[in-house]
Ligand binder design. Sequence first.
Ligand code: ADP
Ligand code: ZN
Length: 528
Amino acid sequence: MTLPDTTTQPALDTLRRVFGYDAFRGNQQEIIEHVVDGGDALVLMPTGGGKSLCYQIPALVRPGTGIVVSPLIALMQDQVDALMALGVRAGFLNSTQDFGRRHEVEEAFLAGELDLLYLAPERLKVESTLRLLDRGKIALFAIDEAHCVAQWGHDFRPDYLELSRLHERWPSVPRIALTATATAATRKEIAHRLNLDDALQFVSSFDRPNIQYRIVAKNRPEQQLLELLTTEHKGDAGIVYCLSRASTERTAQFLSDNGIEALPYHAGLDARTRARNQARFLREDGLVVVATIAFGMGIDKPDVRFVAHLDLPKSVEGYYQETGRAGRDGQPSTAWLAYGLQDVVQQRKMIATSEGDDAHRRRLGTHLDAMLALCETVECRRVQLLNYFGQDSTPCGNCDTCLSPPEAWDGTIAAQKVLSAVYRLDRERRQKFGVGHIVDILLGRQTAKIQQFGHESLTVFGVGTELAEPVWRGVIRQLLAQGLLTVEGDHGTLVLTEASADVLARKREVRLRQEPKRAAKPARTRAP
Ligand code: ADP
Ligand code: ZN
């Protein structure tokens, strides 16, 4: 018989007694033991992996209060309520409280009556908060959503930069930084900026094997969504993400008109409607929420059966985080994205006209490129996704590209035709010629615009009749995705890039992806 380990036993006791769970999951135990012993940790664990216990249990086991820094102000009340229901003494301080309530929480902290205290990061810029913390006893600092400190990440928050000061002021208090998304480079930046270079890093697998990833060509997005929901997800709860507030409203209405109960959610709704829609989604079965990305940070609903994107996410990190809200219960779930030419045009345009310096625009461009590479890949989606997070794997057999592998074809000549047309039009720069006009030229169509500009006399006029319009649009989309075309200005005019020259000079081949004839629609297998 071995004697219980002095660290494990109180941690395990707390897990069972307070949280009512039998055993630790994944590497929770290692992490918790390390922090209980006073060590610093950087924890990467996918959404739903169980990050909260990694700081909550050490906060309960160590003397003093665990200080939790979180940007999710809207969720603090819920988090604290949930902890209080378990008998944990928790409080929060943020800008939503009045002075009286804040004062009560501060007094409780100073009296040693709090196990956990949640703070918004901007609180720590205020000297009075730092002085308050000086006067109490701190068990640990937990920095949640730690990727917010990384400028190269997708969710940078300047307030997070202040957090490096925690270590300077309280060098002996252990710190644990947690995030669900970080590439190797972002991880390094987080460690560096938070003064956690010497912290132990705990990296969990990012694979979510029960999620089936599917990315389809967008043609009639609402119809495509409806078909997905009625054929595979009847009566299931799910989240549909749209880019704009208007399209969330429209799509929710469309689904409701078609017999699927759907609620909109976006930052433009008043707080009460938002709270009500969120509460209904959490409590009722089989509701669909159609939302902008404002929805879902910290949403812990286990039986979300699908996450659908009607617009292209801006980064792989964002895509992974949003799709990660599906299937937290481990049951088969679908991550479905419809993506098309206009998505690429729109996002390139948004980047070109975005505020901020060139470095910022380059960063946005890099994020978009990685997302596009995932969309256009002919390889396993999961392999590509995990590879993005620095994890090697083998083809999964459970994503659309594994189930119906797309063919690649030699698109060099097609690319040359498109690029030549763009090159010819480039001479009439001040005019607005969108994708549709380029396709009309390639197909030799006599439209009013063609006649107005005399484009039937261009050498490229009618050179593309061997391919159908949707194929041409797919070619242009992929050229945009591969950086062989880009867009410029408010009109989103197509222009050549440096790389285009090699294609036009026949120095470079272009491989393109053939759209599968029909979308992968495998039978759903439920775990027994
Ligand atoms: P994350 O913050 O990593 O997204 P959470 O901390 O919210 O994940 O945990 C996700 C869910 O898993 C929660 O419902 C949590 O109570 C549950 N959970 C965490 N650890 C365990 C465990 N060891 N055993 C059972 N359930 C757990
Ligand atoms: Zn696969």
